[in-house]
Design a protein around this ligand. Structure first.
Ligand code: 8YV
Length: 327
């Protein structure tokens, strides 16, 4: 690299990543811990050689088409790229990369924590205890449901889905899954997972559902009111993927009316807003999009960003290139 490329990072990042980025490149990071406005994003795309956005930035065709001739790479700090118009970037020869792999295990841990915490009512128990409701042990206090032996249906058997399947087997859950196509026979065998080509049938037959597919126009409201109605009344749904995949208003209704028993949500349709119907329900755990939030994953996500930038400037293929969807 003759001249250091100009990198604009839309959010504040952990100090170790910040220091390294500033050391290696002509990097500017958002000093505020808040998302940039669309106007500021547009200005950033006009000035930068590399833009580093996160899930809170909408990098749409408007921003990409207004980008300056210098912009060569959008290196997303995160795995999901549904907030970036990858097709528009591709049409302008702007490379898009992401940070897969380094957040798989942490996200799977968090989903597994929800799979245990919702049936065992962990958060309700904490609330009761803090409110002075623990008056001594009783045989009937805060009864939950046993996890071992239950059927877990994973919707989307990619890296994270598979990492959840490995954990779930260790907890004695029977693993089932729906995916566009089955995973390879050796993987299916090692996960002891049963493939269901029909999502409706999977939903009707599982005790716990975990959503792990990407957000695309095809998966928007994949879990609709009609599909929620297929689930048994003792059913639980966990979402650590993207909020848009579940019809959130329909989910709030299903939880309030006893259509399903519980939910564990880390993501929402209109973040940071949450459907008001969910906020006072005792049978849902609400987390603020933190499934991958570990110190370790954030550092490794930062490393991936730097590797992709270096690869491009050294004339190599970016290892984490994201291609536009095939139509
Ligand atoms: C990240 C995520 O924290 O990687 C993803 O797709 O949803 C999160 O785990 C976020 O995307 C950072 O931009």
């Amino acid at each position: 690299m003759d001249k250091k490329p100009k990198i604009i990072v839309t959010r504040r990042l952990p100090n170790a990543v910040h220091t390294r980025l500033v050391d290696l490149f002509d990097a500017t990071l958002n000093p505020e811990d808040i998302p940039m406005s669309q106007t500021d994003l547009k200005a950033a795309a006009q000035e930068a050689d590399v833009l580093v956005p996160t899930v809170t930035d909408k990098i749409d065709a408007d921003i990409i088409n207004a980008a300056g001739p210098r912009l060569k790479l959008i290196a997303n700090f995160g795995a999901g790229t549904d907030h970036i118009d990858v097709g528009a970037a591709h049409a302008k020869n702007i490379i898009v990369t992401n940070t897969p792999g380094v957040l798989t295990e942490d996200t799977a841990d968090f989903a597994m924590a929800m799979i245990l915490a919702v049936p065992r009512r962990l958060v309700a128990a904490d609330r009761l205890t803090r409110a002075g409701g623990f008056k001594g042990w009783t045989p009937t206090g805060i009864l939950g449901h046993r996890v071992r032996g239950k059927k877990l249906g994973i919707v989307g058997m990619g890296r994270i889905g598979q990492a959840i399947a490995r954990r779930a087997s260790a907890f004695g859950l029977k693993v089932h899954y729906h995916n566009k196509s089955p995973v390879s026979p050796p993987i299916e065998k090692s996960l002891q997972a049963k493939y269901w080509p029909d999502l409706d049938a999977l939903l009707a037959n599982m005790d716990i559902i975990s959503i792990n597919c990407p957000s695309t126009p095809q998966t928007r409201h994949l879990i609709s009111a009609q599909r929620l109605a297929l689930m048994p009344s003792h059913g639980v749904i966990i979402n650590t993927s993207r909020g848009e995949i579940i019809d959130e208003a329909a989910l709030a209704d299903a939880l309030a009316s006893g259509g399903i028993a519980g939910a564990g949500l880390d993501v929402y349709e209109n973040e940071p807003d949450i459907h008001p119907g969910l906020l006072n329900l005792p049978n849902v755990i609400l987390a603020p999009h933190i499934a991958s939030a570990t110190h370790e994953s954030r550092l490794e996500m930062g490393e991936k960003i730097m590797i992709n930038i270096r690869a491009m400037y050294d004339g190599h293929r970016c290892p984490d290139r994201v291609l536009p969807p095939k139509h």
